[in-house]
Design a protein around this ligand. Structure first.
Ligand code: GDP
Ligand code: MG
Length: 173
């Protein structure tokens, strides 16, 4: 699962929450100096790896370019993308540009609207339907709200596990 979104929407907060609350083991990847960007997670007995793409930075510090590079990494590496938006700021130009890149991918995308800290904020999630990425899932990374529903939506996109048949398989048919 890749967490994608412009800076400050709360990717790292959500990453830490998903990693710390659901997780047995956290795996650091060598060579990643700034942020921890990979971790293992688990939800409803499904194990997954999670990537905080905000930790992927470019040397020339061109923020826009870095964000598009992050989106490309997510599209290449991930099986499912959690696209994080921010209820406090609403949709920005940059959000729309990232959404357009994600549209081009055929990976499943779960639209997550962060910073929905209270009931009042819930009314603000409707504008996010405008991104054309499906239903927005309201969450609050800092309060730990709504993540279960968002992760349910992510898990729903996982391939169903096939149990390989071998010689010891008993065939009941
Ligand atoms: P990132 O740049 O996308 O990784 O965002 P961060 O996780 O670093 O968070 C950016 C800022 O948003 C920080 O000041 C967080 O404390 C704040 N933040 C993150 N999640 C929430 C939330 O659910 N509600 C509110 N009100 N602030 C949040
Ligand atoms: Mg971050």
């Amino acid at each position: 699962i890749a967490l994608v979104g412009r800076p400050n929407v709360g990717k790292s907060t959500l990453f830490n929450r998903i990693a710390e609350e659901r997780i047995a083991i956290v795996e650091d990847v060598p060579g990643v100096t700034r942020d921890r960007i990979y971790a293992k997670g688990e939800w409803l007995n499904q194990e997954f790896s999670i990537i905080d793409t905000g930790g992927i930075t470019l040397e020339d510090e061109n923020i826009d370019k870095a964000i598009f590079a992050q989106a490309e990494v997510a599209i290449d590496e991930a099986d499912t993308i959690m696209y994080i938006e921010d209820a406090e700021t609403g949709i920005t130009d940059l959000d729309e540009r990232i959404a357009r890149i994600l549209h081009r991918s055929d990976k499943p995308i779960v639209l997550v609207v962060n910073k929905v800290d209270n009931e009042k904020r819930r009314a603000e999630i409707y504008e996010f339907y405008g991104l054309g990425l499906g239903d927005p899932y309201p969450v609050s990374g800092s309060h730990g709200l709504g993540l279960g529903d968002a992760l349910d939506a992510v898990i729903a996109n996982f391939p169903t596990q096939e149990i390989e048949e071998d010689d010891t398989t008993i065939n009941f048919s």
